[in-house]
Design a protein. Structure first.
Length: 405
């Protein structure tokens, strides 16, 4: 399939980058809404007398929600209009955060968490669409690489800023503060994006739009690629603190700090992906390289014969350079989308694949360790299987578009 040319914006390059950075900041604020629950969960569990299973469901509901709503959210954005969708999604995020701060019922918190997840997914597939339409052809790969960093940046902001409010004011004030931050971003968006920044609104029906995307082999290849990446990285980060504490005797604060630094290192790969893609490297080649890199570093990470220091260095390398994959997939979406008006739907299936990996990865690895072998090194087969599929997806993607143009 030959990639279409997205409309070139008439704004100056510096004006484009100002808008791109603002949209990126909106993504960080949206991601922070999701990750603020992590440090607040012990306080919520204590106040509402929740057990670990209830707390786990409250946290994991977002992954389950985004796993099943991605392409629908993208199709809705393409049909309803990207600017209006951002206004609606951010409005819902602010509303659910504010209302949640007044809830004393676990079940109502779950309902509001579900709505928040739908609103987040809608924003997560619409904001990069606006970035793609705002950037010109030369800026677009780098801009999409930048966008791929919004999740680790948002998580870092939430993990660093939330404890300050939690220790002094409690989780309800944190939720109200987060609602206010979303409202401020929404007001700024209304002020600075009063003109039409969309390519055009899709006039086809929602179901037809989704059907058109699902018929594209590239859509499936990008979604599976993203899923194969997150199915390795998500369990690694989910269980890394437990591994460091249980197997290596490291204190929990240090284990948490190491995990946070590894998450942040992923930003480097996203920025590097945008830079490489903007230089003309084909998307399929970057995907194949990412697969080989993750596989090679995994062989060392799960090798007990190597020192812990060297294995940790390999883990940082895998996270930093492995970040090439999400940046590449998101940069490729606008080029493989059937039309500019279907970019959000294409983003939806890609992000849905990523969320499926986030949801399934920790469960698969936990099952391997619990039922097949208690040795953590059994995880190598989980990684090698996923990276083999990822490599094949890269090769097949080559047939869809020979070069990155």
């Amino acid at each position: 399939m030959t990639p279409h040319k997205l409309p070139i914006t008439t704004n100056t390059p510096s004006h484009n980058w100002g808008r791109i950075w603002f949209l990126f900041l909106m993504g960080i604020v949206a991601a922070a809404q999701i990750y603020k629950l992590s440090p607040a969960l012990p306080l919520i569990r204590h106040e509402l007398a929740l057990n670990m299973v209830q707390g786990g469901w409250l946290f994991s509901l977002i992954n389950l929600t985004t796993m099943v709503t991605g392409i629908i959210a993208g199709g809705f954005a393409d049909r309803f209009g990207h600017r209006r969708t951002i206004i609606l999604s951010l409005g819902l995020m602010a509303f659910t955060a504010g209302l949640s701060s007044m809830m004393h019922s676990y079940h109502w918190l779950m309902v509001l968490r579900f709505i928040e997840g739908v609103a987040f997914m809608t924003a997560a597939v619409t904001l990069p669409t606006l970035i793609a339409h705002t950037a010109n052809d030369r800026q677009r790969p780098l801009a999409m690489g930048l966008w791929s960093c919004y999740i680790p940046m948002g998580a870092a902001v939430a993990l660093l800023a939330s404890p300050i409010l939690l220790e002094n004011y409690g989780w309800r004030i944190l939720w109200q503060f987060s609602a206010l931050s979303v409202v401020l971003m929404l007001l700024a968006f209304l002020l600075f994006f009063r003109d039409n920044i969309e390519a055009r609104t899709n006039t086809t029906s929602l179901l037809q739009n989704i059907h058109d995307i699902l018929r594209q082999p590239a859509a499936w290849l990008l979604a599976i690629s993203f899923g194969c990446y997150t199915i390795t990285q998500s369990p690694l980060l989910a269980w890394l603190p437990s591994f460091l504490v249980e197997e290596r005797g490291i204190g929990l604060p240090l284990a948490g700090a190491i995990t946070a630094m590894i998450i942040v290192s992923n930003i480097f790969g996203g920025l590097l992906a945008g830079t490489i893609a903007s230089k003309g490297f084909p998307y399929w080649a970057i995907i194949c390289f990412s697969a080989l890199l993750i596989a090679a570093t995994s062989l060392g990470i799960f090798n007990d014969q190597l020192s812990d220091e060297f294995r940790l260095a390999l883990l940082f390398t895998q996270s930093a350079l492995g970040g090439l994959l999400p940046g590449t997939v998101l940069a490729a979406v606008p080029h493989f989308s059937p039309s500019p008006a279907q970019t959000a739907t294409m983003n939806g299936i890609a992000v849905q694949g990523a969320q499926a990996g986030h949801f399934l990865g920790p469960l698969i690895l936990a099952s391997l360790i619990s039922h097949i072998s208690s040795d953590w090194n059994i995880a190598i087969w989980h990684f090698l299987t996923a990276t083999a599929i990822l490599f094949v997806c890269g090769i097949l993607l080559k047939r869809q578009q020979p070069t990155n143009k």
